[in-house]
Ligand binder design. Structure first.
Ligand SMILES: O=C(CO)[C@@H](O)[C@H](O)[C@H](O)[C@H](O)COP(=O)(O)O
Length: 219
């Protein structure tokens, strides 16, 4: 981990001292995300209620520049010039497109979700998408304050069955998720809204850390 990336994690603990107990698990989650991106993988993110909103929020931070500008690669710039010509519109595209850290929210496909819930099996709605989108280099991320939401648990089990890595953000006890995922960040709270309040700075920092590792100033 680069120095700048470690400082981001240290500053989280300075701002939220109770999160010290999560420092190792956050670092494990960061390592899993970093390996995923080095191997051209993507994150598949799910949760219910407030955690569904969090899943979408995480995708927003990763799929475009967050704390850093993310110019597209020279190879992609050359592809645009080669295929669209070197003109004002190509420069416009190159100047505004940003490199993504690929991530897909599994809570956002309303036609698929409503049809699957209505016609098939609601507790497998995330598992179905992990099965459909997932590749071995990908990581499934589940947010669950109880750690026991069946649809998130099944998503993790299908990930495990097909060799994908798994990361969960839960409350203090971790529930069933804690027993089955590769890294479980169990924030130190028991009540749903307070767990959710801790999840936000944790996932912000994880997004900052992976972005810093890839796009931060190289020292
Ligand atoms: O946001 C809230 C309450 O604060 C709720 O929507 C909450 O997210 C829902 O009750 C979820 O279904 C709880 O599921 P989970 O966090 O235990 O997986």
């Amino acid at each position: 981990m680069r120095n700048g990336t470690r400082q981001i994690l240290d500053s989280l603990i300075e701002r939220y001292p109770p999160l010290f107990v999560c420092k190792n698990s956050i670092e494990s989650a960061f390592n899993i995300f970093s390996d995923c991106y080095v191997n051209n993988g993507k994150l598949l993110i799910c949760g219910n209620g407030g955690s569904a909103a969090d899943a979408e929020h995480i995708v927003g931070e990763l799929m475009k520049g967050f704390m850093h500008k993310r110019p597209i690669s020279n190879r992609d710039r050359d592809a645009i010039f080669a295929n669209l010509g070197e003109n004002a519109e190509s420069h416009y595209l190159i100047n505004h497109l940003q490199s993504a850290l690929p991530a897909i929210s599994l809570v956002s496909h309303s036609a698929l979700m409503t049809a699957f819930n209505n016609d098939v099996q609601p507790d497998l709605v995330f598992a179905q998408q992990v099965y459909g989108y997932g590749r071995q280099e990908d990581v499934v991320v589940g947010l669950s304050t109880s750690g026991n939401s069946k649809n998130v648990v099944y998503a993790m089990k299908i990930a495990k069955a097909f060799g994908l890595k798994t990361v969960a953000l839960t409350g203090q006890h971790g529930g069933e998720l804690k027993e089955i995922v590769d890294a479980c960040i169990c924030v130190p709270a028991n009540s749903t809204p307070i767990i959710q309040e801790y999840h936000l700075p944790v996932y912000h920092v994880l997004c900052m850390m992976v972005e810093s590792e890839e796009y931060g100033v190289k020292t």
